[in-house]
Design a protein around this ligand. Structure first.
Ligand SMILES: C[S@@+](CC[C@H](N)C(=O)[O-])C[C@H]1O[C@@H](n2cnc3c(N)ncnc32)[C@H](O)[C@@H]1O
Length: 336
């Protein structure tokens, strides 16, 4: 069984619609245990070849560990790993509850600690999530204390990579920064974490629709050379630090390529498809991060057009709603 995690219970019905569309399956083929913010679909569903914009995280091909003591459950997990011949693995353990959603404290923390100890004893090293060669385990403790566990060897991990979150159950919070000119700055911070690729010193970045400057602020703080495009200027203190151009971001063009092209422009989703068409070519940018903004709840089916487009690009792409997104989904890519 594959588990899919929407942002919360409110988003469950939209993710269900997306899943029905994406895999041409019926509502009755998707279950959701006890109203949890989780969808379960048949393991034969070709998840590895798909993008799901409204799934924050997935647990592919899960096995079930029955309820029991933490010691017993940890031993059962280690036995499964021994069978899978894994000598190193990254792992995430979380609980899921009707009331609180994803929780990483309490029982999940205890199981994580026990697992760490047992794995060490067996000589299985802990790896880091973003090492693509590293196998990955995601374990979700259900309210009845049974566990759904996904064990992905190196090959499977790479096949599902674009759908896997670096955060347990996809859930994280981004630390606030009172100096940032807008709360929107958090989107670019979380996007980098999800991409596993950060804006580096002296890299070039163009920020389309940049005012009041949250994203430019993040890039400047990371040492990038920033070009900011908006009809309105950024917050005053940022203006001398960026190369600002007051123009229509959709008409902006240069001969130079950029390390990063990012956009948080308020516009209809089809215009973001245009931006992908313009910018997502290897000569023009190494990485892109664009926000797709929705009005209301009846236009998520345009995500299908994004998926089609992403399959044709020479980029490792991620289409995903972030924790910090409201009625938005991010589309991101890193040149292969
Ligand atoms: C949500 S705000 C961006 C917030 C910014 N990312 C931040 O962190 O502060 C969207 C911006 O897009 C700009 N915008 C909308 N359409 C535009 C266009 N065609 N060309 C340039 N800027 C545009 C708006 O002026 C607005 O400042």
């Amino acid at each position: 069984m594959h588990l899919l995690m929407p942002k919360d219970n409110t988003w469950k019905k939209f993710l269900r619609d997306e899943v029905m569309d994406e895999f041409s399956i019926k509502k009755s083929q998707i279950t959701s245990p006890d109203g949890l913010p989780i969808l379960e679909i048949d393991e034969k569903t070709p998840l590895r070849k798909s993008y799901l914009g409204l799934a924050l995280d997935i647990l592919p091909e899960t096995q079930t560990i029955p309820a029991g003591s933490i010691g017993e459950q940890s031993s059962l997990i280690v036995n499964l790993l021994k069978k899978s011949n894994i000598s190193q693995t990254a792992y995430q353990v979380f609980s899921i509850s009707n009331k609180y959603g994803v929780v990483t404290s309490g029982r999940s923390e205890l199981l994580s600690q026990k697992l760490a100890k047992n794995l060490r004893k067996e000589g299985i090293k802990r790896g880091k999530f973003h090492f693509k060669d590293c196998p990955l385990i995601k374990a979700c403790i259900y309210p009845d204390r049974s566990i759904k566990i996904s064990i992905l060897d190196k090959v499977k991990r790479q096949e599902y990579d674009h759908l896997l979150s670096p955060f347990p159950g996809g859930y994280t919070t981004i630390t606030d920064d009172k100096q940032a000119p807008s709360r929107a700055f958090k989107k670019l911070v979380e996007a980098q974490l999800v991409l596993g690729n950060e804006i580096k010193e002296d890299e070039t970045l163009v920020d389309l629709g940049a005012c009041p400057g949250g994203w430019s602020y993040v890039a400047l703080n990371q040492g990038a050379q920033v070009t900011s495009i908006d009809r309105s200027p950024l917050r005053e203190d940022l203006m001398p630090k960026v190369n600002f151009s007051a123009e229509d971001a959709f008409k902006f063009m240069t001969e130079d390529g950029f390390d990063w092209v990012v956009s948080d422009i308020i516009c209809t989703p089809d215009r973001i498809l245009e931006l992908i068409e313009t910018w997502a070519t290897p000569q023009k940018c190494k990485n892109f991060v664009f926000t797709i903004k929705f009005k209301g709840s009846d236009s998520y089916d345009i995500l299908q057009s994004f998926k089609k487009k992403l399959h044709s690009l020479d980029y490792d792409c991620i289409l995903r709603q972030l924790n910090v997104n409201k009625n938005e989904v991010m589309v991101m890519g890193t040149r292969i």
